[in-house]
Each structure stands twice: as structure tokens, then as C-alpha cells.
Unconditional design. Structure first.
Length: 288
């Protein structure tokens, strides 16, 4: 019945019924669907769910056993802005997986088995603001240009991974970065890492859980917080020379000495030859 007490037109009731039916049909099996949102949390899914509505804006796949994200199916979800795939079995190669998802703003890949991040992993996510790749214990490498195209990135979390090194340019060149999680990693605090530690102390980026951003190696610096170790690294890397440095300097000095001796010897031979040639010419003239 309508608000005026009149019966609704049959065509309107039919359309409403069809709309409700189509909503039910388009919702993937074992998932719940609301307006523009598909939630498949904790359903023990082994594969990426089929029949996701193409106008979905928010997709939640938390706590499943998904080991592969199909690039083709994801490319159809062109309006997706929020994707949570945390607590799954994703790993190995995610290059070119997110091609076509230019509107995606939020991506959570934490608690998976990621091993590396290359330029091709997230380069197509031009609108990405939040990226969580924490709690991936097998993540050991992030290429220095991995986030070159993610200029809107504001929140990046790489805590609790297998990372030992992160190139300074990887995060320094992100103009909108405000939040960077680095805690509980296996940071190797050597001279190559000094530039990154210096950037941490001078940047305006917020580092949560800062007390747990510590060195793991070398043994003498283990458990020391990053800012505190900067002074020690400055002293050892910029002032003191290691044994190999002295060996290198000795080799350079020896090479310079050898080169100088060789040049002097060749110059002497040339001078003697010239003198002999000149005196011989003079004798021939006297005989003539």
C-alpha cells in the first residue's frame, strides 16, 4: 500500500522485487552484502570469491585461506576504493595484480606471506593513501623505486617483517607521507643504513611504536633505538677507518709509488737514449 492508502502499481512492486532478487544473486556465496560493500570475513575461502558486483566500493576478505589474487577479476572492480586482504596466504609474486584499480585508496595485505615489493607491485595504484604490509615475516626486500607512483601515500606500515634494510629514497620521496611503521624488524645498522637513520631524526613523519624501532645487527648495537645509534654510527663510519680501509689505502699508495717509479725509469731511458743519439750525431759530423 502507498502512504495514501492506495495500492502500489504492479510494475513498481515488480521492479522492487527484481532489484532485491538481483541483489541476492550478485552477492558471492558465503559472503554478506550491503550497499556497495562485500564482506567475506572468516569464511575459510580458498579462492577469490566469484560474482562480486561490479559496482562494489568496499571488499573485505579478512581471515581466509586465499593464496592468489586474480588480476583480471580485480580489474573489473574499477570502482573499488577499499580492499582488505589481511590474514590470508598471499605471497610470492603480486606484480601487476592491481592493474586497472586506479581508484583504490586503502589496501591491507598484512599477515600474509609476501616476500618482496617491486616497482610493478603497486605502481598502478595511483590513488593509494593507506598501505599496510606489516606482519609479513618473509618480506625481505622492498625495491628503492617501489612506491614511485604512489605519490598520495600517507600511511605506510612495514612493521614486523624480515626487512634488514630500506633505501632512504624509497620513503623520502613520498611528499604526503605522514605515518611510517618500522617496529620489530631485523634492521642491520651499518654505515649504509646511517643515511636512513639520519632521515628519521630530521623528517616530519610520525613513527608509531618508536621504542621498538631498534637495531638487530651488528651484535654491539642490538636492541639500541634508531635515534640513539645515530651518534655511534657517525663516529664509526665518518671518523674511524676499518682494517680493510687501511689495506685499501696501502694498496693505493703502493700503486702510486709503482706508477711514479715506472714513469721516472721510462723518462730516464728516454733521456739517455736522446743523449746517446745526440752524441753519435755529433761524432758523425766531426768525421765528415
Amino acid at each position: 500500500m502507498s502512504p495514501l492508502g492506495r495500492p502500489r502499481p504492479l510494475s513498481l512492486m515488480f521492479l522492487l522485487g527484481m532489484g532485491m532478487a538481483s541483489e541476492g544473486i550478485n552477492c558471492p556465496s558465503r559472503c554478506s552484502c550491503q550497499y556497495l560493500e562485500v564482506n567475506c570475513t572468516g569464511q575459510q575461502l580458498l579462492e577469490f570469491p566469484a560474482d562480486i558486483p561490479l559496482n562494489t566500493r568496499q571488499l573485505i576478505l579478512v581471515a581466509n585461506n586465499i593464496s592468489y589474487l586474480p588480476a583480471l577479476e580485480l580489474s573489473f572492480l574499477a570502482d573499488l576504493v577499499y580492499l582488505d586482504c589481511s590474514k590470508n596466504l598471499l605471497g610470492d609474486d603480486l606484480d601487476f595484480t592491481f592493474i586497472g584499480m586506479t581508484k583504490l585508496v586503502y589496501l591491507d595485505l598484512s599477515f600474509n606471506n609476501l616476500t618482496q615489493v617491486t616497482f610493478s607491485t603497486f605502481s598502478h595504484l595511483l590513488s593509494l593513501v593507506v598501505l599496510k604490509i606489516s606482519d609479513n615475516p618473509n618480506l625481505v626486500a622492498i625495491e628503492k623505486d617501489a612506491f614511485t607512483n604512489n605519490t598520495w601515500l600517507r600511511h605506510l606500515d612495514v612493521s614486523r617483517t624480515g626487512l634488514t634494510f630500506l633505501d632512504t629514497s624509497t620513503v623520502r620521496d613520498l611528499p604526503n607521507l605522514r605515518f611510517l611503521g618500522l617496529s620489530d624488524n631485523l634492521w642491520h645498522c651499518n654505515c649504509s643504513f646511517l643515511d636512513f637513520i639520519t632521515w628519521m631524526t630530521e623528517s616530519n613523519v610520525h613513527f608509531p611504536d618508536a621504542d621498538n624501532i631498534t637495531c638487530y645487527t651488528p651484535e654491539g648495537l642490538r636492541a639500541l633505538r634508531m635515534p640513539a645509534v645515530e651518534t655511534q654510527l657517525h663516529s664509526s663510519c665518518l671518523t674511524h677507518l676499518y682494517k680493510q680501509d687501511y689495506v685499501f689505502l696501502c694498496l693505493v699508495g703502493f700503486c702510486i709509488f709503482l706508477a711514479g717509479t715506472t714513469v721516472a725509469w721510462l723518462a730516464g731511458i728516454c733521456a739517455v737514449t736522446y743523449e746517446l743519439h745526440g752524441s753519435k750525431g755529433g761524432e758523425e759530423e766531426e768525421e765528415d
